[in-house]
Design a protein around this ligand. Structure first.
Ligand SMILES: C[S@@+](CC[C@H](N)C(=O)[O-])C[C@H]1O[C@@H](n2cnc3c(N)ncnc32)[C@H](O)[C@@H]1O
Length: 250
């Protein structure tokens, strides 16, 4: 088992590893109520297309069991739930009870109830049996996890042989020009938007910084392979601003 490093990063700050979980919790308790609105605003609605693509690449079918990890307000869960139907199940797992509550209320208002279960859990130590899920997704969640290798290994354990993991996450823009524009947008505009709309510039500064500290496309591919995933490939979305990684357990 991998030993946890003594320090890690929280955005651009170096913090003790055991501190990060509490700091991340603070961010998501703070943003939960305005999370969906801010997502639409910040991404100009494009996050909906990234999530649609994730579902399309999942190969999910009626009757299957899906884990939407770090599922937050449940966008992916809602889509999975409609596809797996009454004979399937979707587990929306998240470490943060504020995000889970917003997610549960939203999905119930959408009439999605019967085949969705809500579980408060840390991605690093998933409370599910071995070989349990057909599909696991983690959307914009891995970046916030303290020990990413441990979390990926935990996902590998609970995935069935033949199952797929989909990691949707911010990544490295493919062109220098885009990277410069994106920096301007993220460090100048994002915190201001956070301040105006959610009265919280710090959480959106953390968002911009955490994106820069997250492993790039090739590094994440290597990390997935390192815990046992096979046929790992990734798709750059919006010129690499986001990447979808997919890997299989055989
Ligand atoms: C940016 S939100 C993404 C929510 C949703 N998946 C989406 O794409 O809209 C990140 C989520 O990751 C959750 N999270 C952070 N660290 C986690 C951990 N160690 N285990 C499980 N969930 C975690 C947060 O509570 C938050 O709800």
């Amino acid at each position: 088992m991998s030993q946890q490093a003594a320090t890690t990063h929280f955005g651009f700050k170096t913090v003790a590893s055991e501190e990060k979980e509490t700091l991340v919790a603070g961010v998501f308790h703070s943003v939960a109520a305005k999370y969906d609105m801010m997502n639409d605003l910040m991404s100009f609605g494009i996050h909906r297309l990234w999530k649609r693509f994730t579902i399309d690449c999942s190969g999910v079918r009626r009757g299957q069991r899906v884990l939407d990890l770090a599922g937050g307000t449940g966008d992916l869960t809602a889509k999975f739930s409609r596809i797996v139907g009454e004979t399937g199940q979707v587990v929306l797992a998240d470490i943060n009870d504020s995000m889970l509550k917003v997610g549960r209320d939203k999905l119930r208002n959408l009439g999605i109830a019967g085949n969705v279960a809500y579980v408060q859990a840390n991605a690093e130590c998933l409370p599910f049996p071995d070989n349990y899920f057909d599909v696991i997704s983690i959307g914009f969640g891995l970046r916030n996890v303290t020990d990413k290798d441990k979390a990926l290994a935990s996902m590998f354990r609970v995935l069935k042989p033949g199952g797929r993991l989909l990691v949707l996450e911010f990544s490295k823009p493919v062109s220098e020009v885009l990277a410069k524009l994106y920096d301007l947008y993220s460090f100048r505009l994002l915190p201001k938007m956070g301040e105006l709309v959610a009265n919280d510039s710090e959480s959106y500064r953390y968002l911009a910084e955490s994106i820069r500290m997250h492993p790039d496309q090739q590094t994440l591919k290597g990390m997935m392979e390192g815990v046992g995933f096979e046929q790992v490939e990734y798709y750059n979305l919006t010129q690499g601003v986001v990447a979808l990684h997919r890997g299989y357990k055989f």
